[in-house]
Design a protein around this ligand. Structure first.
Ligand code: BAL
Ligand code: ZN
Length: 844
């Protein structure tokens, strides 16, 4: 397959002023008629006229009304064209019902829908399918279905047809069409300048009762973007559609967002608090794209982080504002460490702005999204809130209607602040997680902190230059009082020292407060110091971090030295758990421990070969010790974790339920699951029902509860995804593969549905000790199914190969088993470009 390079960017040779599309819908033979006005692009070099097109049957094509016979290839068509402006008309036939890749126009449960980002539009008609070609679209849909939707504003409609017009020029990846037997959940929003906007959430009949939360989240997001960024909505209508078969979470098509139904439908009975929080964030994210992504889009796909990093940053700010800021920050960092760090520290490592790819779908990654957001957070920290706001206003003013680049983005900050961001830009070009070694000095009232930064080599990048690292630091005196409040140290050198004068005693530093930079800190600190920070740090993130490090080191000592759990840490944690002034959500987080995968990574970095069974066993012992040690404390905490009010999915109630769930996980180790069974029987919301079921599964005698759950929920696909996933995710390591295997034979294992496939296979890959069974059965089962899915859905298959990205951490036998499975996948006849690229990168 061809590799595409950022350095080869060339503008398209023509501009497109307007596009008229007519769709005559039929499952096996949809006709798409396009009329497109092209005019030579004065900014572009001379080139042949090439339109992208894949899996299309060309019926006819004309230029200025005269029939032409283009040269058609599997990737598109070439044609001789006039020197000046011309009208291109083409009619193609496509078969949405046969489109299992879920890219382009496809069918899901009888409804037509589209997914065009990144390069799906070329499966709809011949077109310059690249984000820098922006045009005004008019669409006519003809089909025997009650609801026919496309982007923009409704122009007119009648029985079996509808016409739409989107006045805002857009690239083809933001095109969308939906047609089906849908019902809507309507509302309205008045923008701050008084414009009335109709809002709709479109769902399959029967799902109307699951729209209210999403609608509230949408209205809150619209208001927040006005208040926080001064951005108003710009069409008469905003439509959201829920679709069952969807590769991603959701898609920001202009005026017609399409959502994986799991990311928009919610009710207390069927959704957990985690689902509610995620749905709120995704609705916000897609809505915020209207400005950061749609009004200002990307010049090319290498600039993906321009819209994704910024929009994730904005949705994280939103969540921090509408929920608890410290809890949100801890969740974001935990997510970054769980998903982005392994990517950045393994064979799939790539810069936030990649410089080459074979298949762009493989770069919708945690690095582009989450590290991309961290980079913007650092920029904001460096320039300050006010300058950030000025720069963003300049960005919107200067680039509205543009397909922009990272250079454009950084230039607005340079122009707004006078700063030179040349060195900062390395965050976009250098892959890998920087490691920062910290040493300190104390003499005559002066305290010195020395930082040495180093980024290990990553594929294709052996040598790294120093980056700009905003390091937020505070100092505490030995009594626990803060003597130097948070100060941002700007590290720019490979090694750099910062001093603090006039201190009465040697301070205890709190470093990288709020996780001001996405780096790994290497600092030799004592247990006592961490316990001190756990008790006294004023920065809630670092207080949590102190507990995390204590937990991690305790577990590592248990694994490597046969030590018992760290008593001092457990005492410190207990004091904190007893502190009723602390938010229950925060205390629930404090009760968490590092994931097994994270422990494996730390062991690997320290020169040990991680043993997944030993890691799992240590976590089990630790949980048992906590349960026994805190037997008296747990009932009180359980009471604090009980909600005595009608269900609300807000931060306060969900924090309490999170504490309740953390307590139940310990209690069930003392009572054999009795409390969990009682909670399961009486639960009137999914959060309680599922946290109870998880403990019942963990304890072991779960057949009755699983059957009852299935009986209760077999009609609900989204709830059944939880049922499929949990019994693989929560069971003992030795049961994981047999259970996953048995579930693939369940009548409702609809493996062509990405959510269902991910429920089982994702849970298998995420269960560390279960997936890494020494006999290789976990690797084999996953690969069997990836081989099967690749023919139908390359995108989802390719994403799931990342389960193998950490293969070099493990012992020689496991490495050989994983390599063999990757090679088996690689040898599959007709392996997709998506999966082929991923496997080759993982194998290195
Ligand atoms: N643009 C793809 C889905 C999302 O990031 O919102
Ligand atoms: Zn996005």
């Amino acid at each position: 397959p061809e590799t595409i390079y950022l350095k080869d960017y060339t503008p398209f040779g023509w501009q497109v002023s307007d596009v008229h599309l007519t769709f005559r819908l039929a499952p096996k033979s949809t006709r798409v008629i396009s009329k497109i006005h092209f005019a030579p692009n004065p900014e572009a070099p001379a080139q042949e006229f090439f339109l992208h097109g894949e899996d299309l049957k060309l019926i006819r094509a004309t230029i200025d009304g005269v029939e032409v016979t283009p040269e058609v290839t599997p990737e598109g068509l070439r044609c001789a064209v006039p020197d000046g402006p011309f009208l291109w008309e083409a009619e193609v036939e496509i078969a949405p019902e046969d489109n299992t890749a879920l890219e382009g126009l496809y069918m899901s449960s009888g409804m037509y829908c589209t997914q065009c980002e990144a390069e799906g539009f070329r499966k709809i008609t011949y077109y310059p399918d690249r984000p820098d070609v922006m045009s005004v679209f008019s669409v006519r849909i003809e089909g025997d279905l009650p609801v026919l939707l496309s982007n923009g504003n409704s122009v007119d409609r009648g029985e079996g047809w509808a016409e739409w017009h989107d006045p805002w020029p857009k690239p083809a990846y933001l095109f969308a069409l939906v047609a089906g037997d849908l019902v809507n959940f309507p509302d309205r929003f008045t923008t701050r300048s008084g414009k009335e906007v109709k809002l709709n959430i479109w769902v399959r009949p029967g799902d109307e009762g699951k729209c209210a939360f999403g609608m509230e989240a949408l209205k809150t997001s619209m208001k927040w973007d006005e208040d926080a960024y001064g951005r108003e909505y710009d069409l008469d209508v905003f439509n959201i559609v829920a679709v069952d078969d969807f590769n991603m979470g959701a898609m920001e098509n202009k005026g017609l967002n399409i959502f994986n139904s799991s990311c928009v439908l919610a009710s207390p009975e069927t959704s957990t608090d985690g689902n509610f929080e995620r749905i709120e964030a995704i609705i916000a994210h897609e809505y915020f794209h209207n400005w950061t992504g749609n009004r200002i889009t990307c010049r090319d796909w290498f600039q993906l982080c321009l819209k994704e990093g910024l929009t994730v940053f904005r949705d994280q700010q939103f969540t921090a504002d509408v929920r608890s800021a410290p809890v949100a920050r801890i969740e974001n960092v935990a997510q970054l460490r769980a998903r982005q760090f392994p990517e950045d520290q393994g064979p799939l490592s790539h810069p936030v702005r990649p410089e080459s790819f074979q298949e762009i779908n493989n770069f919708y990654t945690a690095t582009v999204y989450e590290k991309g957001a961290e980079v913007i957070g650092m920029l904001k920290t460096l320039v300050g809130d006010e300058a950030y706001a000025t720069a963003l206003n300049l960005y919107f003013d200067r680039h509205d209607g543009d397909a922009a680049t990272i250079e454009d983005w950084l230039k607005v900050f340079e122009d707004a602040t006078g700063r030179d961001l040349t060195q900062f830009k390395r965050w976009y070009s250098q892959a890998g997680t920087p490691r920062v070694e910290v040493t300190e000095d104390w003499a005559d009232g002066t305290y010195a902190l020395t930082f040495k930064q180093h980024t290990p080599p990553t594929p294709g990048q052996e040598v790294k230059e120093p980056q700009v690292i905003p390091m937020a630091v505070g100092l505490l005196n030995p009594n626990g009082d803060e003597v130097v409040p948070t100060r941002v140290l700007e590290i720019t050198e490979a090694e750099q020292t910062f001093t603090f004068d006039g201190l009465a005693s040697r301070p205890v530093p709190s470093i990288n407060r709020g996780f001001s930079a996405p780096v790994v800190l290497d600092r030799a600190s004592s247990r006592e110091e961490r316990a001190f920070l756990l008790a006294h740090d004023t920065d809630p993130f670092n207080r949590w971090e102190a507990s995390r490090l204590l937990a991690r080191e305790s577990l590592i000592a248990m694994i490597c030295e046969d030590a018992g759990p760290d008593e001092a840490w457990l005492d410190g944690l207990e004091r904190l758990l007893r502190d009723r002034d602390l938010d229950p959500a925060y205390r629930a987080m404090m009760m968490g421990t590092p994931t097994e995968s994270e422990l494996a990574q730390v062991l690997f970095e320290r020169g040990h070969t991680p043993d997944p069974d030993a890691i799992h066993a240590a976590k089990e012992v630790l949980a048992q010790v906590k349960a026994e040690r805190w037997a008296d404390l747990l009932p009180g905490l359980a009471a604090e974790g009980t909600v005595d009010a009608p269900f609300a999915p807000d931060a306060e109630q969900s924090g309490k339920r999170a504490l309740g769930a953390a307590v139940l996980a310990l209690t069930s180790r003392l009572d054999g699951g009795k409390a969990a069974r009682a909670q399961f029987a009486s639960a009137d919301n999914m959060t309680l029902q599922l946290s109870a079921l998880a403990q019942i599964i963990r304890v072991g005698e779960d057949a009755e509860a699983l059957a009852a759950f299935e009986d209760q929920w077999r009609h609900d696909r989204l709830v059944m995804d939880k049922w499929f996933g949990l019994q693989v995710g929560a069971t003992a390591p030795e049961n994981v593969v047999p259970r996953a295997e048995a579930l693939t034979r369940h009548a409702d294992f609809d493996w062509k549905n990405p959510n269902r496939f991910r429920a089982v296979m994702g849970a298998l890959a995420m269960n560390h000790a279960g997936f890494h069974r020494k006999d290789g059965s976990g690797y084999r089962l996953l690969t069997d199914w990836l081989i099967k899915l690749d023919d139908l859905n390359p995108q989802t298959t390719a994403r799931m190969t990342s389960a193998f990205q950490t293969w070099k951490r493990y012992d020689a036998e496991r490495q050989a088993l994983m390599r063999a499975e990757l090679e088996r996948l690689q040898a599959k006849p007709k392996l997709s470009r998506d999966t082929g690229e991923m496997v080759a990168r993982i194998l290195g």
